[in-house]
Design a protein around this ligand. Structure first.
Ligand SMILES: CC(C)(COP(=O)(O)OP(=O)(O)OC[C@H]1O[C@@H](n2cnc3c(N)ncnc32)[C@H](O)[C@@H]1OP(=O)(O)O)[C@@H](O)C(=O)NCCC(=O)NCCS
Length: 407
């Protein structure tokens, strides 16, 4: 006879007081480890990288400096920053084999899915892929940070029958990416916004994609596999794909006049979730959203399309922040506004998640380095609720209703 387990059989998972299984679905509020990389002040709408307020970094830093800070733990000197920029520039080109692979990918593949394949392939081509030393990880991280903008730009230009534009080493990281993508030097506001988006998206604690990279790294797998894990996780709409979905949402609403009706029919009725709202950690306005909002306003001043989205977003936010969502601690997150900034810089909507991932390689690498410094294999358990010792019935004697499983 099949048998069920009693709570005592899985004593390690039973809460002594309630005698019920103690599980942590979604790992809500579980601290995996200690960290010095990032602090999210959930109630005061603050975010810190290595102790520096994100508002300060957004105002004073550049992407390369912030990346150096996250990877090496302190701000660089002027000489170090120059050397770091030079290393990035020297690694911008991508192998011809990879360009060929980009050509072969289906035209309708999502850029973030392309990136998952491309990073995996880049790992196959790297003779140092198995080197897990800290120096080895730093070199591969620099290589990847430098090459991913080239990969995204080349993919866009190949799929749109445009000539590939090689990296321009006169330009820094953000300006060069815009130059390769659009085929010409970008206006000042675009370069400033791209650099800002790199800074704001570079890191955000132990989110789903950072956790995925660290889970893979904890098995002592290679660096590229860990990053592929992160890209796979960021692709979901509850995480990185939200910046694409947020823009689709503004397009679906269409006009300011439709906002109230749309909110009632979709959000109040609970038919849909409001994309660009809510966060597992924040119980206040996402500080990155505040900064992106300022830049979205600047684009709205000079671009009619962004003005339309911006006005919809302002009205929708106003209604949402006066609704039950805010009572539950659900506020605007960064994707709500970053999608408008990305659109302002002329990027097609489906590229937004890849742009996010391009910046987040820095944070993923910082977490891989920090976690594996004192590595322990990540291997949680599950509380078993099924039966044991079931009788194995020979196939000809089984009498299940076959229609139950659709094949
Ligand atoms: C990000 C997100 C997954 C975090 O949520 P979470 O911590 O897992 O919280 P839950 O999904 O358990 O939601 C808790 C409650 O808030 C509600 N909620 C959370 N986010 C919501 C949203 N954006 N719109 C409507 N309701 C939302 C849930 O319906 C649930 O309500 P209930 O308790 O009445 O069932 C969630 O806020 C979300 O889906 N946001 C939209 C997608 C998005 O913008 N993602 C980018 C994040 S940076």
């Amino acid at each position: 006879m099949p048998r069920k387990l009693s709570p005592e059989d899985q004593w390690w998972c039973i809460d002594e007081k309630t005698k019920k299984p103690l599980t942590f679905k979604g790992l809500k509020d579980i601290c995996l480890d200690t960290t010095e990389i990032c602090y999210i002040d959930a109630h005061n709408s603050k975010l810190y990288y290595m102790g520096y307020d994100i508002e300060t970094l957004a105002a004073k830093s550049c992407f390369e400096e912030t990346a150096f800070l996250l990877l090496y733990g302190r701000l660089p000197t002027a000489k170090e920053l120059d050397a770091f920029k030079s290393r990035l520039k020297a690694e911008r080109n991508i192998p011809d084999d990879l360009v060929e692979l980009l050509r072969k990918l289906p035209d309708d593949v999502e850029p973030i899915e392309m990136l998952r394949t491309a990073v995996s392939y880049l790992g196959n081509l790297d003779p140092e892929r198995s080197d897990l030393s800290r120096e080895g990880i730093y070199s591969k991280a620099v290589r990847l940070m430098a090459k991913v903008p080239t990969i995204i730009s080349y993919f866009y230009r190949i799929k749109n029958n445009l000539p590939i534009v090689k990296p321009n080493n006169e330009l820094d990281h953000a300006a060069n990416f815009l130059y390769m993508f659009h085929g010409k030097e970008a206006p000042k506001l675009w370069v400033e916004s791209m650099d800002l988006s790199f800074i704001l998206y570079a890191e955000h604690g132990m989110n789903a994609s950072a956790f995925a990279t660290v889970v893979v790294a904890s098995t002592l797998s290679d660096y590229y596999s860990s990053i592929v894990g992160g890209i796979a996780a960021i692709r979901g709409v509850l995480h990185g794909y939200a910046n694409v979905a947020a823009m689709m949402q503004f397009r679906e609403i269409g006009s300011v006049d439709n906002v109230e009706k749309w909110f009632k029919e979709n959000i109040e009725s609970k038919r849909k979730r409001l994309i660009g709202f809510g966060h597992r950690v924040y119980r206040s306005y996402d500080p990155r959203a505040r900064i992106f909002k300022r830049y979205a306003a600047r684009f709205a001043e000079e671009n009619e399309e962004i003005k339309r989205y911006y006005n919809i977003a302002i009205k929708l936010e106003d209604i949402a922040l006066r609704s039950k969502l805010a009572e539950k601690g659900i506020y605007t997150n960064c994707d709500y506004w970053s999608c408008q900034v990305y659109r302002g810089m002329g990027f097609p909507v489906n590229y937004y998640t890849a742009l996010f991932a391009m910046a987040r390689i820095v944070g993923w690498t910082a977490h891989i380095l920090e976690y594996t410094e004192n590595n322990i294999l990540i291997r949680p358990r599950l509380y078993y609720t099924g039966e044991l010792d079931k009788e194995y019935i020979d196939i000809e004697k089984r009498s299940y209703r076959e229609a139950e499983i659709k094949l």
